[in-house]
Design a protein around this ligand. Sequence first.
Ligand code: TXA
Ligand code: MG
Length: 327
Amino acid sequence: MTTTRLLPASAVEEAAALLRAGALVAFPTETVYGLGANATDGRAVAAVFAAKGRPRFNPLICHYPEAEAAFADAAPDERARALAERFWPGPLTLVLPRRPGCRVDLLAGAGLDSLGVRVPGHPLGRALLRAAGVPVAAPSANPSGAVSPTTAEHVLEGLGGRIAAVLDGGPCPVGVESTVLDLTGERPVLLRPGGVPTEAIEAALPGPLLRAGPSEGTAAPRGPGMLASHYAPALPLRLGAISADADEALLGFGRRLPAGAAVAWNLSDSGDLAEAASRLFAGLRWLDAEGARLGLRGIAAMPVPDTGLGAAINDRLARAAAPRTPL
Ligand code: TXA
Ligand code: MG
């Protein structure tokens, strides 16, 4: 056990020094908090897998303050350059071929010859990356399989005592993880829907995307991290609920919620998908805690439209509801 320090935004240089020295520092991005490690330091990277209890076959995304720094480690083609130009800084991860001289430790990429890279859009997160001066490997800062953190407090709840520090940047504005796009093959493959809507990516590419993942048709192989059960609260989740029972907690969406649930969290009463995404993980955590306190049977989740950020929300809900298969 170590004591995890909660660092204010003004301590960005100190957080960067900790990272450079090989310590684990959680930091804000526009999507969720990341658990950062110096990606060139094999021991620091190994410590990330240990702190999260993450299977080592699941690669980490490397974070950079600028596209050119990312492209020094991973080789972009024309498509990657166009997408980076359009969406970075922002919630898009590009999986590209590793360059021969790539500085990133092999374990961070789970031994693959590809590398997931992104330039996050959060000003404090980017300031940290700039100050660190090294690529920063960062999965979401939660124990593997659990709900991702969108506040510094969430990080402390899950990883307090196991990491050196959390840099506090307040709540994450987007609230669901980055869109992960594999550009190593001829056809781009969507590995995970996320903060950049799939429609926006398709509009920026000449041809259609292939989709990978547990809930979609298997036109392409799944990414190594596409475990069916993920983002899971402790209580069972019931999808597509149009009514709720007295022994259920309700995850609502829209103006009209069914009556009868013991407690309710509305993702967005105006039906706004960006607001719903930003409130998703905090809502799952709150309903889970209330459900445990009140001895409820489960969480009933109302349907959310599958367009725009709704696709990322539905992906996370489907995984939160999936059977919990032990690794
Ligand atoms: O928004 C985000 O992406 C957040 C913040 C912290 O940046 N990070 C995040 O990391 O969600 P993580 O580790 O929880 O999810 C990364 C996903 C995993 O499903 C992983 O398998 C996939 O990206 N991934 C990373 N590198 C990959 C690679 N080289 N090939 C295929 N998939 C990769
Ligand atoms: Mg994660």
